[in-house]
Write a protein that binds this ligand. Structure first.
Ligand SMILES: [Zn+2]
Length: 279
């Protein structure tokens, strides 16, 4: 065997070192993303293909007989809610990067850029990690039944026209495709009172409601009854009223917007009385 010159080994080592150095841990590329995405899909497919019966035991630990017989009538579960967020970040690229890093443990199905560009990051039938600890009505796993949309906005700026135009088109597509009720277009702040405030008080919920995505109060308001049980009204809408002040603030962030204090004025009560009856 012919021995190679030491300078050749040095070159080889340099190349090896450079190629190792080029890929710092935590840096993800589009190719990496696609690879991971595909392998995760494959692993879920393996789970769906399992035909093992459920294993049950009675209170004494004796096994309950079970069997697996596949039905022929089924399809995929579909989303029934749309949860709107704002990214609190400064660019679409930054948000995409956040959702491409394993350590962040957050994601969304869609990201809508300030320029109106829509980035689809997860198939609608899969569960993204956008809601976190949340509750709406008796649903405590919002991620399992919803589509998460992140609107690129830093939380203090207005939402651009191009962005709203794309968002409304996307909402229309989702509403029609999955037959999502108008009431089920809500914000992260609605399902996580006291923890989340996105999308901000600047978010045009009225514009959405006018198109059938969520509700808004009527122009002419009836006076709320004297002993109006506002806590029950909030709960019937879906708010988690465990912390009532937080629920009131969340309601006001969505339906009042000009004031988000934890008190309800007569006008706020009238709005609540008007809106809750729509749910
Ligand atoms: Zn959010």
């Amino acid at each position: 065997m012919k021995l190679l010159r030491p300078s050749f080994y040095l070159l080889l080592l340099t190349i090896l070192f450079a190629s190792c150095k080029a890929k710092k841990p935590g840096i993800v590329t589009a190719v990496d993303n696609k690879k991971v995405y595909k392998s995760q899909i494959d692993s879920f497919l393996d789970i769906a293909k399992q035909m093992q019966p459920v294993v049950l035991a009675d209170s004494l630990g004796a096994p309950i007989p079970s069997d697996f017989v596949g039905t022929v009538n089924f399809n995929l579960r579909k989303p029934n809610y749309v949860i709107l967020h704002h990214t609190a970040q400064d660019s679409l690229a930054q948000t995409i990067r956040t959702f491409s890093l394993v350590r962040t443990q957050v994601s969304a199905h869609y990201v809508v850029g300030r320029d109106g560009k829509v980035v689809h990051m997860l198939n609608d039938y899969l569960r993204s990690w956008h809601a976190g600890v949340s509750k709406w009505g008796n649903v405590t796993d919002m991620n399992s039944c919803s589509i998460g949309i992140e609107i690129d906005n830093n939380g203090i700026e207005p939402f651009s026209d191009a962005q709203m135009k794309s968002l409304l088109t996307l909402l229309s597509y989702l509403k029609n495709t999955y037959n999502i009720p108008a009431a089920n277009f809500i914000g992260h702040s609605d399902i996580a009172p006291g923890r989340k405030t996105d999308p901000s008080a600047r978010f045009p919920w009225k514009t959405l409601a006018d198109r059938g995505f969520g509700y808004w109060s009527d122009d002419i308001l009836e006076l709320a009854p004297e002993n109006f049980d506002y806590a029950t009204a909030l709960r019937l809408m879906g708010y988690d009223t465990h912390n009532l002040s937080a629920a009131i603030k969340a309601f006001k962030l969505h339906f009042i917007q000009t004031d988000v204090s934890p008190q309800l004025s007569q006008l706020d009560l009238n709005v609540l009385y008007n809106v809750y009856k729509k749910y």
